[in-house]
Design a protein around this ligand. Sequence first.
Ligand code: NAD
Ligand code: TDX
Length: 350
Amino acid sequence: MQKIIITGGAGFIGSHVVRRFVRNYPQYSIINLDKLTYAGNLANLKDIEHEPNYRFVKGDIVDAPFIDQLFATEKPDAVIHLAAESHVDRSITDPIEFVSTNVVGTATLLNAARNYWKGNYDKTRFYHVSTDEVYGSLGETGLFTESTAYDPHSPYSASKASSDHFVRAYHDTYGLDTVISNCSNNYGSFHFPEKLIPLAINNIKQNKPVPVYGKGENIRDWLWVEDHARAIDLIFHQAKAGTTYNIGGHNEWKNIDLIRLLCQILDQKLGRTEGESAKLITFVTDRAGHDLRYAIDATKLKNELGWIPSITFEQGLDKTVDWYLDNQQWLNDVTSGNYQQYYQQQYAKR
Ligand code: NAD
Ligand code: TDX
């Protein structure tokens, strides 16, 4: 029997991790701890919200007394930490919120774990979910490995890099059992439509301009979110204490090529004439400090734990576009802000 607190479980990746653990491990007890910011949406977990091994707790990882109390009352054996401010553009507008949640929030959780688990570090685990953006930007060649030096450029990546350093410091200083994974860009269902792929699908669908930053030359390495969740599951159960794994799909795309592919797919699925959706592509002012290229070397994860992506990008994108076409209500609720009432409707009565 394991009791696991998963933070940020109402967000995009967190909801896939929560669903996977609730479904695959009925013997575990899963607590989803989430503040429900604009990015947290409990409707992402409707299908599992009544499972006996699942519970939602609304709370802020920055609130130390609350977090200490949560450890004392819930007595968790492990934490899988995904809660974060995650959007680079928002970090450029409001960097301090990112320092608070990503740095102070992570340190607050680590400290609660350090105190509560004292004497039991060999039976407990703190898993920190991080990003490839901590490694900075690549030129035209090369890949990020686990030993690439940290070189963050945006307030978002600087805050994630800082949180990774705190996780390692708690392992090296106190002996806490910690694990970190750094993953490339995810895509899939329940992705908030402020990030490139869901924003583009939503705009193409509605015949609205699709904003491409700069010349669209920047390169991202895309991974299907369910493959990320599967990697987290493997690493959580099998990694040695104090280790780091890179997660990525060897799947690099220039933004403009990716958007053109999405336009083609949607032309076909919406019965438009070829080339119609591509007319929506609109080049806009570039992101400040825009990293040119990310690309992950996931060899360690493959060699040590046998993980490789389960589907191709073409398959994953096809599934993702279908999901957005089939879930218009979810998109309407998210874009109108109605999703934020779901918590009130579902939980206020309890
Ligand atoms: P998201 O923005 O969709 O979800 C974040 C969740 O955290 C939301 O449910 C939000 O309500 C919650 N949250 C925010 N602040 C909180 C606080 N103070 N207390 C409690 N909960 C809080 O993010 P995501 O894209 O699902 O990313 C999840 C994690 O994975 C993040 O740590 C991110 O850095 C990392 N990551 C994301 C990607 C990606 O492509 N999206 C890639 C690699 C790593
Ligand atoms: O409208 C847009 N137009 C555009 O050209 C948006 C939203 C983005 N872009 C570009 C910027 C990036 O080069 O597309 C690329 C992807 O942008 P985002 O979806 O905002 O992702 P990115 O900035 O790469 O960061 C993501 O991947 C790593 C996640 O948001 C992070 O949480 C994760 O750590």
